[in-house]
Design a binder for this molecule. Structure first.
Ligand code: AMP
Length: 118
């Protein structure tokens, strides 16, 4: 069973923000912003590559609710999902990073040039 399935099953503790029958949101253990929440479907999906449009539609609503509950909906936030090796996905269970609570930098992209990767 994968790490996030164990979190869903409460076999591994997490700091839960919101939960319903289909989705779970909890604090990232290694936050990259004052607010850094992970939103996941409870049913295992490897990544964004495999997710159905129905799950994404419901996921969108869930993420919007989490943003509202944490008060970052008005100040702004960023939603990221990493996919596969080049995307930097470490946990192979679909998750959306919800980042906010401060003006975010553009991270990797701030000074990136496609030529740097050649
Ligand atoms: P990614 O690189 O997109 O796969 O992101 C995985 C995220 O999961 C990272 O931001 C980790 O800090 C986070 N993470 C790993 N283990 C845990 C855990 N037990 N509880 C909460 N977040 C975790």
């Amino acid at each position: 069973m994968c790490l996030f399935c164990k979190i869903v099953n409460k076999e591994i503790p997490s700091n839960i923000i919101a939960e319903n029958d289909d989705f779970l949101a909890f604090h990232d253990i290694n936050p990259k912003a004052p607010v850094h929440i992970l939103a996941i479907p409870k049913l295992h999906v490897d990544s964004f590559n495999e997710v159905s449009s129905e799950t994404m539609a419901a996921m969108t609503k869930f993420i919007q609710e989490v943003a509202k509950e944490t008060g970052i909906d008005h100040t702004g936030y960023r939603v990221i999902t990493n996919i596969g090796e080049n995307g930097g996905q470490e946990v192979k269970h679909l998750h959306f990073h919800i980042l906010g609570g401060a003006k975010l930098k553009w991270g990797h992209f701030s000074d990136a040039d496609p030529k740097d990767f050649l």
